[in-house]
Design a protein. Structure first.
Length: 187
């Protein structure tokens, strides 16, 4: 019980801007910071960079926390760290996506031309070949998901019919999209 009151006192002192107490409080959670960094591996995120991120998160959490229970604070800080890791992961994944400018170059035709049906016979043949190739290189699960989505079924319906999670369907679509881009770019 004494340790809890000491930790709570440390938290209160850190809230009032005591830099030494802030670092002491951070040191109390250093094992949690390291464990989360190891558990949620993000490429190109060095441990020192993650420690700086964790300190920034702690600073925000300290100033937004108004409770009196150190256990609630610990849970709040842990969840905030996990959320920050997920944000970093999403940001990294977003950087891997193809920029919109490059996507327009992949199609070769404007959206209006596609809608008006002004495609050349060569373009139609290329499209059919791309469809055949994506079907050939896709896994059976990816083919089933693609065929259901193309026929207008929602992700929720696909999940229900295939007895799988939303994440599995979204991952399958993402893999298929990546494969299709490779086919269209000739990689």
């Amino acid at each position: 019980m004494k340790n809890q009151s000491a930790d709570l006192k440390l938290l209160n002192q850190a809230q009032f801007g005591d830099e030494d107490k802030f670092m002491a409080l951070y040191d109390c959670y250093s094992s949690l910071v390291k464990r989360l960094w190891q558990r949620y591996y993000i490429t190109e995120l060095e441990f020192e960079d993650w420690c700086q991120e964790a300190q920034l998160v702690l600073l925000k959490v300290i100033y937004s926390y108004d409770g009196r229970d150190i256990h609630q604070f610990s849970g709040f800080y842990k969840q905030s760290l996990v959320n920050r890791l997920l944000d970093l992961y999403r940001s990294q994944q977003a950087n891997k996506r193809i920029p919109v400018e490059q996507l327009e170059l992949l199609g070769g035709s404007s959206n209006e031309e596609l809608l008006e049906g002004e495609n050349s016979p060569e373009g139609i043949v290329c499209c059919h070949q791309s469809i055949e190739e994506i079907i050939r290189i896709s896994s059976p699960f990816e083919r089933r998901v693609l065929s259901m989505i193309v026929t207008g079924k929602s992700i929720k319906n696909v999940c229900r019919e295939l007895h799988c999670s939303k994440r599995q369907v979204q991952s399958s679509l993402s893999r298929s999209r990546t494969k299709l881009v490779r086919i269209l770019t000739g990689e």
